[in-house]
Design a binder for this molecule. Structure first.
Ligand SMILES: [Zn+2]
Length: 323
């Protein structure tokens, strides 16, 4: 959490970066008023980079958020699971995108359903038919069997957006993976291989490179949730009939030298693109495409690759604030 309330004056809130225990005293959860503590900003080394982790508020040991608190993951996941089951009223054979795992507490978020939904919206159904028969699996359908109508798509996107918003609030890969397992066809994906914040661009690049080599046996592209800082001068430029927002580059160090990773989002809807321009950070979920490496446009700059995501539904995006 980036904000909390002063215990002495609950009408007043404070950001984690400004919080000083000596000055402000005890603090409580912004939403449910349970006790929290301030954790100062610190630096860590990721690969060759030094990353600053901004200050945040965390729970004291043995303290829980209240049942209806936005920061209570368990209760939020239970609610999502219940909402996700509503799909059966629309289509009796439709499969919920989020389901409780048999015995445990954790729920399973079926990424491939979301991915199919996105792919249908992005490319139409043609792209799905390329699948070769030997890829067909008995145990669980991997594909468009889930998607019956546009009516079914909406609740899928709604659940996905809820999970995205929860992930934006919680941010901790460990806390998220304790409650939500990501399933992708017959594979399991961990949160740190799905959700990439701006510290995670190196890992993102590696994951996308690995997907590219796997692409020869015509697997579906794999979805990611990507945090981008929207480039301030970025306007929603028209580009081949779509509207483009650009994120700021992050330079990573590869064996071949430094490489700038640039997030690019393509919108069908100009108004949506304009609306999102003013956000500082966006968390965007979609099917990423990795461009070829482009040489530096002028001396002193690094070669660059674009990671682009098409936005076909506003529920692919949510606001993100640094913890
Ligand atoms: Zn709380």
């Amino acid at each position: 959490m980036s904000r909390a309330r002063l215990a002495s004056n609950q009408g007043q809130d404070i950001s984690a970066s400004a919080f000083e225990k000596e000055t402000h005293g005890e603090v409580v959860c912004f939403w449910c008023r349970c006790r929290v503590k301030g954790v100062r900003a610190y630096s860590k080394t990721v690969g060759n980079e030094i990353i600053i982790v901004p200050a945040y508020f965390s729970l004291w040991p043995n303290v829980q958020h209240s049942d209806n608190c936005r920061f209570n993951i368990e209760e939020t996941v239970k609610r999502f699971v219940a909402n996700s089951q509503v799909i059966r009223r629309i289509g009796p054979n439709a499969v919920p995108i989020l389901s409780k795992v048999a015995q445990g507490q954790a729920a399973e978020f079926r990424l491939h359903i979301l991915m199919e939904a996105l792919q249908k919206q992005t490319y139409g159904f043609g792209a799905l038919r390329r699948r070769s028969p030997q890829n067909k699996r008995e145990e669980e359908p991997l594909g468009h069997e889930y998607i019956r109508t546009d009516e079914v798509l909406k609740p899928y996107f709604r659940t996905a957006k809820g999970i995205l918003a929860l992930a934006a609030r919680i941010q901790s890969h460990q806390d998220l993976s304790d409650w939500i397992r990501l399933k992708f066809g017959d594979r399991r994906i961990t949160w740190d291989e799905f959700l990439f914040d701006s510290d995670g661009y190196h890992a993102l690049y590696n994951v996308l490179l690995a997907e590219r080599t796997r692409a020869s046996n015509a697997r579906y592209p794999r979805p990611v949730a990507l945090v981008a800082r929207i480039f301030k001068e970025s306007s929603a430029q028209e580009f081949n009939g779509e509207f483009r927002l650009i994120g700021t580059n992050r330079v990573i160090v590869t064996p071949a030298g430094p490489l700038a990773i640039r997030p690019v989002f393509y919108f069908r809807d100009q108004q949506l693109a304009e609306d999102k321009r003013s956000e500082e950070f966006l968390l965007v979920c979609g099917l990423p495409k990795l461009s070829d490496i482009k040489p530096p446009i002028k001396l002193g700059l690094n070669p660059r690759v674009d990671v682009s995501i098409k936005i076909v539904d506003p529920r692919q995006i949510c606001r993100y604030t640094l913890k």
